[in-house]
Design a binder for this molecule. Structure first.
Ligand code: ATP
Ligand code: MG
Length: 763
């Protein structure tokens, strides 16, 4: 086996010590899934640890199916688990085992315990056994059957095996100590009667060994040296050792526990994931929203990203909750190297160019930062599609994309100026006539947009995924995120993707990373969004939709040195990159007390900066004002713009005062801002009025999400340009809330939910 760099974790240290001291000649670990569901990302952590140790120390890792519960196990799961372990890049070689192959041997071990007086048949009911166990503070009481003779126990156990008793009539219990402080040692059951066919053993058996008994003896049977499990099994270790000490075995494996993986917004339990599948809440185990390995593969995760994540989070002895952002960080790092760029327009708007561009086929890099990795051909013609969201008839301040009379750069091509806007009878924009100029480098054009040539573009379906659960730490009872799947038909993609097989990765410029789904064909691919691009806009959305998308994680963020360095360097670098006058403005507002991020915003948005100055001059706290203006207010402004505001610096200062004195929370402050934008008024007055509304903001956000999800067709039409549909959505929410929604809150929430967000060009 290939030697790898030694992993650094406390278990690797134990293994290294055991090898050095000669306690073991080689390391043998095992990954022991029960085939009762598909593997999930939590299992990947255990797989990386167990197979990783074997690989690093030149040992072996067994794949053992812990299949001792006939009613839940299935061959489908056995096959899926093998496929997933292999896909992750691990190989068990000849070491594929099944606990169900040990049934005969395990039965012999049980007989041995009975003969040596360490096990007895107990005929109490389930409830009776439970009642006798006592509690953490109370010792248990001996079962009335504890004193049965060896002969009686042997005879009864034999009859259990022969099928003479009903399920639950008797159990075989280890005879340990009903007063033991560790409750696992209070005569635990080790065999039970279960008349159910087994997926591998058929009707061979009607008594089945329980986990604690089967596990340690299977480990010993296979010569496992280090039996690694999750922390919940810490108390089982004493029982593990007790059983092995009283059994005839050739070796004595030891158990070590590590912290299981818990991930924000993610359910990690096969049983609960099975419920989602059985109830039809997802389309199967491999639904791209599932945290299963199969789902993640279909979503576009790579084995490299998953193993890098397992490496990054390490192996600890304390349970913790890991931010999903960490997993996505590893994913983006990997896909950045793997996924070539292409251009895809989600909500196409037709654009005609005059004069017709000279070049009809452009050569574009597959990886803009690595030109040596090849090129693709991109047709250019007089008719293009651009994103609807890249055109605004009444652009807000700071708009760098297309607008009547405005100029943008076409990615890889020349410059475009919007000359005429064509509308249908309802006033919806249906096409643009633009003039086209080669870029001779003399013009200052800020925005660059992506596009596809209309005649050559392929029509594709795109599936956008979001978290299945909005809650940080979801339970099976939490509602699913109704916006977790959004399907867009009729997207236009450049022809270079023609012939793409399922599983190919791409970066769609400005949209994120995508992978082709097996539902598509090479001629007509379907794309799953694997992950968005790094999302600086998340905050803006969170401001507009508290409680819904992009909740700021309250747990750890990526802590790699690379990630940290990036966060620290980012802002000063971005301020340093500003032109001289803008840098001066940013510095001045930083000196006033604005944060780096806010100062940066004010350097490029003078109107907002002046509002900040005004409020601070009136005595408002500079850091609160800066954040409120640069994040929340800017996020809510939309097309209104600072000039169109119905309030000024005095109101902003008053609101900041209310936050400062603790009279309003940040969430309420956003509501107040939304209200002030829509209706004007005094912040204090609005706070009082909001206090009287019956619907909490979070509830309203959830209803908005649901309404948008149930009217997906209308949402699509809105995004396709029928913005008049906003009134329809307002009406739907009003009906759903029986008129209790506050319109001033509702409109910005709806707009934020309906808007189609696109990033600036990366790299
Ligand atoms: P689930 O609750 O999802 O069914 P499980 O522990 O019952 O998980 P098994 O098939 O018994 O599932 O687990 C196989 C191995 O994977 C065990 O060694 C277990 O400790 C490990 N494992 C399961 N879940 C996690 C997790 N979240 N983090 C790390 N290891 C895990
Ligand atoms: Mg389990």
């Amino acid at each position: 086996m290939q030697e790898s760099p030694t992993p650094r974790n406390f278990i690797a240290d134990i293994v290294a010590t055991d090898l050095e001291s000669g306690r073991h000649k080689g390391v043998v670990t095992r990954f022991p899934p029960e085939p009762n569901g598909y593997l999930h990302i939590g299992h990947a952590k255990s797989i990386c640890l167990n197979f990783g140790l074997a690989r690093a120390f030149g040992g072996a890792c067994h794949l053992r199916f812990d299949d001792t519960n006939p009613s839940t196990e299935d061959l489908e799961y056995v096959e899926a688990i093998q496929r997933d372990v292999r896909w992750l890049g691990f190989d068990w070689g000849p070491n594929l085992f099944f606990a169900s192959d040990y049934y005969e041997a395990l039965y012999e071990h049980a007989l041995h315990l009975i003969r040596t007086g360490f096990a007895y048949v107990c005929s109490l009911s389930d409830a009776g056994v439970k009642a006798g166990r006592g509690s953490v503070s109370e010792p248990g009481v001996d079962s009335p059957y504890r004193g049965r003779s060896v002969e009686e126990n042997l005879a009864l156990f034999e009859r259990m095996r022969l099928g003479e008793f009903e399920d639950g009539a008797h159990v075989l219990r280890a005879k340990i100590d009903m007063a033991a402080a560790n409750m696992k040692l209070r005569d635990p059951a080790i065999y039970r009667i279960k008349h159910a066919p087994h997926y591998r053993r058929g009707k061979d058996w009607c008594v089945y060994p329980l986990y604690d008994f089967a596990h340690c003896l299977s480990d010993a049977q296979e010569g496992i040296t280090h039996s690694i499990c999750t922390l919940e099994f810490e108390n089982n270790r004493e029982l593990y050792d007790w059983l092995l000490a009283r059994s005839v075995v050739d070796c004595r494996p030891r158990q070590f526990e590590f912290a299981r993986l818990n991930l924000t917004h993610t359910l990690l339990s096969k049983r609960k994931l099975l419920e989602l599948v059985q109830q039809g809440l997802v389309r199967g185990w491999d639904d791209p929203r599932m945290p299963t390995i199969a789902g993640m593969r279909r979503r576009g995760y790579t084995p490299e990203a998953i193993t890098a994540f397992c490496e990054l989070i390490g192996v600890a002895k304390n349970n913790s909750l890991v931010d999903l952002g960490k997993l996505e960080f590893c994913l983006r790092e990997d896909l950045h190297e793997r996924a070539p760029r292409v251009s895809c327009v989600f909500y196409p708007l037709r654009v005609t160019l005059t004069p017709v561009p000279k070049a009809t086929t452009l050569v574009a890099a597959r990886f803009p930062d690595r030109p040596e990795r090849g090129t693709r051909l991109v047709p250019l013609s007089a008719e293009l599609f651009i994103e609807r969201a890249d055109f605004s008839e009444a652009p807000p301040p700071g708009w760098h994309r297309l607008a009547p009379g405005a100029e943008v750069r076409l990615r890889h091509a020349g410059l475009l100026r919007c000359e005429t806007v064509e509308k249908d009878a309802d006033g919806t924009v249906i096409a643009l006539a633009c003039s086209y100029h080669e870029d001779d480098g003399t013009r200052k054009v800020k925005g660059t947009i992506h596009w596809v040539s209309a005649a050559e573009a392929l029509d594709v379906e795109v599936r956008l995924y979001d978290k299945l659960f909005g809650a940080d730490e979801p339970t099976a009872l939490d509602p699913l995120n109704s916006g977790s799947l959004e399907v867009i038909q009729g997207c236009k993609i450049e022809p270079s993707v023609n012939g793409t097989e399922a599983g190919a990765h791409f970066q769609f410029e400005r949209h994120g990373y995508f992978v082709s789904d097996p539902d598509g064909t090479p001629e007509r691919p379907i794309f799953n969004r694997t992950v968005t691009l790094r999302d600086g806009f998340a905050k803006v959305l969170a401001a507009a939709m508290p409680g819904a998308a992009a909740t700021p994680p309250r747990v750890e963020r990526p802590r790699t040195r690379a990630a940290q360095g990036q966060a620290q360097a980012e802002l000063p670098r971005s301020i340093a990159r500003l032109t001289e006058p803008a840098r001066g403005i940013a510095e001045a507002r930083r000196a006033r007390g604005a944060s780096d991020a806010a100062a940066l915003v004010f350097a490029t948005d003078e109107a907002l900066g002046q509002l900040f100055d005004g409020a601070v001059e009136l005595g408002a706290c500079a850091s609160i004002t800066g954040n409120l203006a640069a994040n929340e207010l800017r996020g809510l402004l939309g097309a209104v713009g600072v000039q169109g505001l119905r309030f000024g610096a005095a109101e902003l200062a008053e609101l900041v005062g209310l936050i400062d004195e603790g009279a309003v929370t940040n969430t309420t402050a956003k509501d107040v801002l939304a209200h002030l934008i829509a209706k004007g008024g005094s912040p204090r007055g609005v706070v009082e009025a909001l206090g009287a509304t019956k619907l909490a903001h979070g509830e309203l956000a959830a209803i908005v999400s649901e309404v948008v999800a149930t009217h997906a067709a209308e949402a699509t039409r809105y995004r396709e340009g029928k913005t008049a549909l906003l009134a329809f959505f307002v009406g739907q929410v009003m009906r759903r809330t029986k008129g209790q929604a506050n319109p001033a809150e509702l409109e910005p929430l709806l707009r934020a939910r309906l808007v189609h967000r696109i990033h600036p060009i990366e790299g």
